[in-house]
Design a protein around this ligand. Structure first.
Ligand SMILES: *Cc1c(COP(=O)(O)O)cnc(C)c1O
Length: 403
C-alpha cells in the first residue's frame, strides 16, 4: 500500500481491514466477494489471471491468506479446511523415521492425529512438558525434525518460553512450530521469537463467532511455504470461499473483540479468585499465575480463556456447569458467546483419571471461554451457578454421612 513504507508500518487494525482486501478489480466491490467458482477460464493457452482451479487458488481465500500473514508479521499464509487440516499438512513435511517433540498437553485432536494416524507412517512422537526447557533438550534425537507446542495450553494455560525454545530449535536445526490459537496474533506473535511455522484453528478467535470451521499455516520461510503449499494442493484440505469470507469478516474485528474478551476474562478471573468455593484460578494475566513474568514478556495480552477448580469435586462441578444460563455448556472457545466446559468428562474424557489428575485435570476443573457479553451479567451467572454447586456439595456430604 502506498502509505506504507520502510519507516511507516500499518497498524494491526488497518491490516485486518485492508490487507489483501483492495476493492474488487472487476466491479469495485468494497468488500471481497465470495468467488463461488471451482474453475477459472484461461485468457489463452498458457495465460491466466493467476487463477485456474480453486483447490489451488481462489480469490476469496487468497485475500484471507494475505490478511492472516500480515497479522502475524509474516510473508506467507495458507488457509486450510480446519485447524486439524493445518496440523496434518505441517506433518506432511515429515518422512518415515522422523521424530517430533510435542507438548504433553496439546489439543486432544492433535494428539489423536499424531498417535492414531501419523504413527502408522512410522513417525515418532515424544511428549514433554514444554514449560521445562531441560525436558525439551533431553528429548532431542538425531532424527528429530520438529518441536511442536501450544502456548498458552489448554485447559490449564501453561506457557512455553518461546524465545528460549526458538534458540534450542535453531541450534539443533529443528523446525519450531507453534499453535497460536489461544493467544491469536493480536496478543502473541511467535515468529518474533524464532518460530518457523504458526498454526491456527481459525474456528476460534479469528473467526470469532462460532459459525465456521477453519485453519491456517503461517511462515516466513520460502522453502517451507513452497513445500506446505504443495502438500495442501496435493491433499486437498482447502476451505471453501464462503468459509474464507466468514473468517475474513471475523478478522476485521479481531482486535476489538479480543480487548473485550480480555476485559471480561480479567473481571471473571478476579471474581473467581475471591470466591470462597473456588480453590484455584488459572489465567496468565493474574500475578498469581506461576509464569506471569513470562506472560508479560512474550504476550501483549492474556486472552479470554479462564480455568478454575471448584470445591466439592465432581458433584459440585456438575451442578455448576448445568447451572449457568449465559455460559453455554459446550466444547470449543473463542466466540462472542460465553462457553463453559468440564474437561474431565468432556475434552479430556479419554485420558484415564490416574494420568489426567497429576496434570491438573481434576474433577473440579472448569474451563470458561469468556465471551463479550456484559461482565456484570457473566459474573452474576457464575455467582448463581456457584451457589447451586455449593448446595450440591452440601447435599452430597450430608447423604454420605447418613450412609
Ligand atoms: C480447536 C483447536 C484445534 C483444532 O482446530 P479445528 O478447527 O477444530 O480443526 C487445534 N489446536 C487448538 C489449540 C485448538 O483449540
Amino acid at each position: 500500500m502506498g502509505i506504507e513504507n520502510q519507516d511507516r508500518k500499518l497498524g494491526f487494525n488497518t491490516l485486518a481491514i485492508h490487507q489483501g482486501q483492495e476493492r474488487d478489480s472487476a466491479t469495485g466491490a468494497l468488500i471481497t466477494p465470495i468467488y463461488q467458482t471451482s474453475t477459472f477460464v484461461l485468457d489463452e493457452l498458457g495465460k491466466n489471471k493467476g487463477y485456474q482451479y480453486a483447490r489451488t487458488h481462489n480469490p476469496t481465500r487468497s485475500a484471507l491468506e494475505e490478511c492472516l500473514a500480515s497479522l502475524e508479521g509474516a510473508k506467507y499464509g495458507i488457509a486450510c479446511a480446519s485447524g486439524l487440516a493445518a496440523v496434518s499438512i505441517v506433518t506432511d513435511l515429515l518422512n518415515a523415521g522422523d521424530h517430533v517433540i510435542v507438548g504433553e498437553d496439546v489439543y486432544g485432536g492433535v494428539y489423536r492425529l499424531f498417535e492414531r494416524v501419523k504413527k502408522k507412517f512410522n513417525i515418532e512422537f515424544t511428549y514433554v512438558n514444554t514449560a521445562d526447557l531441560a525436558q525439551i533438550k533431553a528429548a532431542i534425537k538425531p532424527n528429530t525434525r520438529i518441536i511442536w507446542l501450544e502456548s498458552p495450553t489448554n485447559p490449564l494455560l501453561k506457557l512455553a518460553d518461546l524465545e528460549a525454545i526458538g534458540e534450542i530449535a535453531k541450534k539443533n536445526n529443528l523446525i519450531f512450530a507453534v499453535d497460536n490459537t489461544f493467544a491469536t496474533p493480536y496478543f502473541q506473535r511467535p515468529l518474533e521469537f524464532g518460530a518457523d511455522i504458526i498454526v491456527h484453528s481459525t474456528t476460534k478467535y479469528l473467526g470469532g463467532h462460532s459459525d465456521v470451521i477453519g485453519g491456517a499455516i503461517i511462515t516466513n520461510r520460502d522453502d517451507l511455504y513452497e513445500e506446505l503449499k504443495f502438500y495442501q494442493n496435493a491433499g486437498g484440505a482447502v476451505p471453501g470461499p464462503f468459509d474464507s469470507y466468514l473468517i475474513l469478516r471475523g478478522l476485521k474485528t479481531l482486535a476489538l473483540r479480543l480487548k473485550e474478551h480480555e476485559r471480561n476474562a480479567f473481571a471473571v478471573a478476579n471474581f473467581l479468585s475471591q470466591h470462597k468455593f473456588v480453590k484455584a484460578v488459572y489465567y496468565p494475566g493474574l500475578p498469581s499465575h506461576p509464569q506471569f513474568d513470562l506472560a508479560k514478556k512474550q504476550m501483549r495480552g492474556f486472552g479470554g480463556v479462564v480455568a478454575f477448580v471448584v470445591e466439592g469435586g465432581l458433584e459440585a462441578a456438575r451442578a455448576l456447569v448445568n447451572g449457568t444460563e449465559l455460559f453455554q455448556l459446550a466444547e470449543s472457545l473463542g466466540g462472542v458467546k460465553s462457553l463453559i466446559c468440564h474437561p474431565a468428562t468432556m475434552t479430556h474424557a479419554p485420558i484415564p483419571k490416574e494420568v489426567r489428575e497429576p496434570l491438573g485435570i481434576v474433577d473440579g476443573l472448569i474451563r470458561l471461554s469468556v465471551g463479550i457479553e456484559d461482565a456484570p451479567d457473566l459474573i452474576f451467572d457464575l455467582e448463581q451457578a456457584l451457589s447451586k454447586a455449593q448446595d450440591a456439595a452440601t447435599v452430597k456430604a450430608a447423604s454420605t454421612k447418613e450412609n
